[in-house]
Design a protein around this ligand. Structure first.
Ligand code: PLP
Length: 366
């Protein structure tokens, strides 16, 4: 079976780096917020091109603490998309903020500048922009400057886009702050949960550094409300520091696989994604559009190819929110949720496996 992600091969490829990273932490005996977290934070901030990185427990906490760090509190309205797996909405709900859902463009699956303008006009206190599926949002610079003019902080969610660039600038460097996840299957992932906020704003960085550790200003002295315990693990930080130098080549390999899919998948019912052959695209997920999705998925499974749906239920249609959001319709988001299907696309795939996926799709008799 060709899996949707294969962590066994991923770790086998990097076994020596990972073993060394773990050994270093064990030898030192410093396991929480120690030198490895500091090193990784400095390296990752430098990589993104910002002044600060604050290592956290996971990517959802990163969104929550970025929002809190920017002053979002209970009752505030925050703009987000409804097609990105509920992570941002979960973060908002933890604060008691309420989501203002923006519909997306059909091709890109991203929020548009027009939607951002509407959200700000509607009184949103912050805007979260998700670089979904590994594609940098093309208008991110215009969105960021519009929000900046209106004094509404823009947060980039970069959990699917580590290393993607727009006009030579890394995603994560456009907004007032940005969140990353280092969940194992992400473009940069560890051996467990991990996340970070990056920002060039000293005050925001300082607040988030406190919010991640009980609201302490110094040991056992609590000064800040809305805090939690969410620290990047010393082991994960050590591993991520070892893996960061491979991110560029891994992204290039992902892009190569996506380009091959798009050049070779021919089926009247299958619409490949708009693959970009530039560094604005890091191919986190290769998502096609197809009418009889379940039929194709079953066919692929029969041929030994896994396929997934990212994501089957838009946020505003989740059982948790369905009553509260019953008056909301997001036509494109809802249609995409019915028609998208994700094919395996990750750097450890062999050329032969990529060929097998293409053959499996093309041989579908619908
Ligand atoms: C994975 C992901 C997150 C959440 O990250 P966790 O580390 O799993 O909490 C947030 N946003 C997007 C778009 C993601 O893909």
């Amino acid at each position: 079976m060709i899996l949707i992600n294969n962590l066994q091969t991923r770790y086998a490829h990097r076994r020596r780096s990972i073993d060394a990273a773990i050994a270093k932490v064990i030898d030192r005996g410093y396991v929480v917020l120690g030198p490895e977290v500091k090193n990784f934070e400095a390296a990752f901030a430098r990589y993104v091109g910002v002044s600060h990185c604050i290592g956290l427990g996971n990517g959802t906490d990163a969104i929550e603490l970025a929002l809190r760090g920017l002053g979002v509190t209970q009752g505030d309205m925050v703009a987000t998309v409804a097609n990105a797996g509920m992570y941002t909405t979960t973060a908002m709900l933890a604060i008691g903020a309420s989501p203002h859902f923006m519909d997306v463009a059909a091709e890109s699956h991203h929020a548009t500048l027009e939607q951002v303008v509407q959200a700000v006009d509607a009184g949103c206190r912050a805007v979260v922009i998700t670089h979904l599926y590994g594609a940098a949002v093309r208008d991110i610079a215009s969105m960021a400057s519009y929000c900046h003019e209106r004094n509404v902080p823009l947060i980039e969610d970069c959990a699917q886009a580590h290393g993607a660039k727009i006009d030579g600038r890394q995603v994560g460097s456009f907004g007032r702050a940005a969140s990353f996840s280092f969940y194992p299957t992400k473009n940069l992932g560890g051996l467990g949960d991990g996340g970070a906020v990056v920002t060039s704003d000293d005050t925001v960085a300082n607040r988030i550094a406190k919010l991640r550790q009980y609201g302490w200003s110094s040991k056992y002295v609590v000064t800040l409300a809305g805090a939690k315990n969410s620290r990047l693990d010393e082991l994960q930080a050590s591993i991520l520091s070892e893996l960061l130098p491979f991110l560029g080549q891994d992204n290039a390999r992902r892009r190569e696989i996506a380009a091959r899919y798009s050049a070779s998948i021919f089926h009247p019912f299958v619409e490949p994604p708009p693959v970009r052959n530039d560094d604005g695209y890091v191919a986190h997920l290769y998502v096609i559009r197809v009418c009889n999705r379940d039929q194709l998925r079953a066919h692929l499974n029969e041929r030994g190819v896994a396929a997934e749906i990212h994501y089957p239920i838009p946020d505003h249609r989740q059982p948790l929110l369905s009553i509260r959001c019953s008056g909301i319709t997001l036509p494109i988001t809802e249609q995409n949720a019915q028609q998208t299907l994700t094919l395996p696309c990750y750097p450890e795939m062999t050329d032969e496996e990529v060929g097998k996926v293409i053959e499996a799709v093309n041989s579908w008799v619908s």
